[in-house]
Design a protein around this ligand. Sequence first.
Ligand code: MN
Length: 318
Amino acid sequence: MLDYYSYGELTHHQKVQLAIRNLLSIDLSIRPLNSNNRPGGLLEFPEDDEREVIIVGDLHANKQNLKAILMDSQNLYKLKRNEAIMIFLGDAVHDERVGHLQEMDTSIEIMDIIIHLINDYPENVFYLLGNHDTFSSRLGKSGIKQGLIYYNAVLQARGKEYVNLMQTFYNTLPVFVIHKYFLAVHAGPVRGGIYRDEIINVRNATSTHLLRQLTWNRLNETRSSPSKKEYGPENLDEQRKSLGCPPDLPIIVGHNPMWKWGTDDSVWIDILDSKNHVILYSNLVDKCTYLTFKNSAKYQVRHANLKQQKQRFLLGEM
Ligand SMILES: [Mn+2]
């Protein structure tokens, strides 16, 4: 681990290069190689791993919430002391608030923080690929091409080589977590379930439909015949079964907030007849929600204190 001062001397290019190296260096027992001898899409934590797990939902460029979570319950110290791991469910970029869709500076800033965290704690901080973690011009919301605007913003701020490095960073991210206490993925299960080997090889050319489902699927809200992009309670059961997991193992996802079904919070537990299923967002301005697992498959919903933000942040300029 670099001390803070030497880290501060690295260029942005060197920082993201270091993060890519760290992603490629995750212990092979946790991140098995795929059939091309590259790190696979799966992170599987060993049975005897008793570290607390901190799960952060879609941040959508809310770096205040990320800092609040790090400060809450001594979470940053727990990462430092190897007492906890932190798993991001993806989609840290792209402010989704009305009137903010075109702002990309905050996306660049939050990725700097996440890259810093990966570099400081490569064995404790893991970021799963979300559908927004892309420069694709096809990614957009309300007619605004967020992927393309993000591309142009990064290009302008950091240059073409940095854009290429960020693309490599995204291409190198894991996609799915198997832990004895839960499963986690950005969007949802694959309809019919996905097998362990298929997750490991999810970036193979023949697996794009699987990668797409894991990063784009949504809970079927209409209870009518689900489209190919939707999953229901039976798909959660199939997913646990294809991985040989207990039938009540919690499945944690982000991606698809359910505010239209009520709540002023950003966590939806067992919504729409799903069981042992959590949808988590961590992007609200006035409420900072995250999950923890400690020694049990019984998770805790936590709220980081957003009022302590005035104090100087422990990681200096992060
Ligand atoms: Mn998403």
